[in-house]
Design a binder for this molecule. Structure first.
Ligand code: F0G
Length: 458
């Protein structure tokens, strides 16, 4: 047998429906060619994100019924805190309503105007939160991480030489924190090796620069370490995670990913005085430090989901399902970012539609076609998300990678759904000459991809 079946059986189902082609055509026009504006019920297979879209288990739903909605120190907070302390080894745990709230609280406390915040590659909300606080986000991923063809096993790694150079040139006092995104979402869901995390940590310790993991997908990253890095084959995912976190001073986490819940996040860290500052800020915007904008039941679902996310049978299925989609596409010659990432397959839109220039959003053109042809919703991680005007020259700077992400929600779709998606993408690839470029008719000053409106170029 090529692949073991899903390691769960289905207790509750949710109906999905493919709307007729003519209706999809009307809807995508009405949405300004931006799939964020589509009614979710009009999407057949929703691969917009793996964030907050997981199916919770019977065990998590049972936990929901045990929600203790006391304002302070509910029993669910105590379970939540103990679980995160056990998994990460960090002393302090601060709940937030999602990942970007954790980022906002951390960066608004640490980052001053003119500061530099390195990362392997910043995710869009991380980048925006650094910029919002007057900082300059810097992406220091290794060269292989920008090459869609490279089969490097840890394409999320940070270039340690570049990091050293940045610290020497800028000076440690202008770098309030260094982040590392595991797995590296904006670079294709690619993992970071334990060795790389250790080496980055060594550099930062010398200069006393705080080191934080953007840990949304830490369990998936740890599975890759177990499978690919020598010395980790016989370690459990929990053991690997504990070692990974041991090299960092703290983490931000969107629990909407590897904690298998629909909402939630946290900060975890060791530093007592920084914790106090973060909690003070948290009370202003998120809530009392033992609930941080979440209900007691949410904290319980996160605590239970974090444990389930470390289960090896689950991770084998999870990473295997994403790889299966990747293999079907590679077999048909569709250009995807290799090797397949942990939570998504990324189509290389520059290669898929070379007749559309980056200024006309080739990735978005492919996304529009996927919805039109098959009712599938995906997300662009390319020019629409990242192109920006250089403040000095006024010229538009385009990102190196022009990607379409097919993000796979956790425990939601079966392998038959995956095959349907593969078939749709392959059909589009055969007719790729028909894809049309787009131009913007509205853009917001920050995070424009969420609300942009576009029209097709004749
Ligand atoms: N960091 C990374 C690496 C992420 O992928 C995300 C979210 C966040 C931080 C922010 O977390 O959404 O809970 O506020 N990524 C989602 C995605 C939105 O679709 O990749 P959040």
């Amino acid at each position: 047998m090529k692949m073991l079946p899903e390691p769960f059986k289905i207790k509750v189902v949710e109906k999905i429906q493919l709307t007729p082609r003519t209706e999809r055509e009307n809807l995508i026009r009405k949405a300004g060619f931006n799939v964020f504006n589509l009614p979710a019920e009009k999407v057949y297979i929703d691969l917009l994100t793996d964030s907050g879209t997981s199916a919770m288990s019977d065990n998590q739903w049972a936990g929901i019924m045990l929600g203790d909605e006391s304002y302070a120190r509910s029993r669910n907070f105590i379970h939540f805190e103990a679980t995160i302390q056990k998994i990460t080894g960090f002393k302090h745990v601060i709940p937030t309503h999602q990942g970007r709230a954790a980022e906002n609280i951390l960066f608004s406390t640490l980052v001053k105007k003119g500061d530099i915040v390195p990362n392997n590659i910043h995710f869009d909300t991380t980048r925006a939160n650094v910029v919002h606080n007057g900082g300059k986000p810097l992406d220091l991923v290794i060269q292989e991480g920008l090459n869609p063809e490279s089969e490097h096993p840890f394409k999320g790694n940070m270039d340690v030489q570049k990091l050293k150079k940045t610290v020497e040139e800028a000076g440690a006092d202008r770098i309030p924190v260094v982040m590392m995104t595991v797995t590296n979402n904006s670079g294709g869901g690619q993992p970071v090796s334990m060795e790389n995390v250790r080496r980055v940590s060594d550099v930062l310790k010398v200069h006393k620069i705080p080191f934080f993991l953007d840990a949304c997908r830490f369990a998936e990253n740890c599975y890759f370490i177990q499978q690919r890095e020598s010395g980790y084959r016989h370690k459990t995912i929990a053991e690997i995670a504990r070692e990974l976190f041991s090299y960092a001073d703290g983490c931000t986490m969107s629990a909407k990913k590897d904690a298998l819940v629909n909402i939630g996040g946290f900060l975890a860290l060791n530093d007592d005085s920084l914790t106090q500052k973060l909690k003070d800020r948290l009370i202003l915007t998120e809530g009392f430090p033992t609930y941080g904008g979440l209900a007691g039941r949410d904290l319980e679902a996160i605590a239970r989901g974090l444990e389930e996310g470390l289960d090896e049978d689950y991770l084998r299925f999870r990473i295997g399902q994403v790889r299966y989609l990747g293999e079907l596409l590679i077999e048909a010659g569709v250009p995807i970012l290799k090797p397949p990432g942990g939570h998504a397959i990324y189509i290389d839109a520059k290669q898929f539609a070379p007749h559309i220039s980056q200024s006309q959003f080739p990735g978005q053109a492919l996304i529009v076609a996927l919805y039109r042809e098959a009712g599938i919703r995906a997300v662009e991680i390319g020019s629409l998300m990242f192109a920006r005007k250089d403040p000095d020259t006024g010229e538009t700077v385009y990102p190196d990678l022009e990607l379409v992400r097919l993000a796979i929600p956790r425990r939601v779709y079966t392998n038959l759904h995956i095959e349907y998606v593969a078939e749709a993408v392959i059909n589009l690839y055969k007719n790729r000459d028909r894809l049309k470029g787009l131009r913007l008719t509205y853009e917001a000053p920050a995070l424009r991809h969420f609300t942009a409106r576009l029209e097709e170029v004749a």
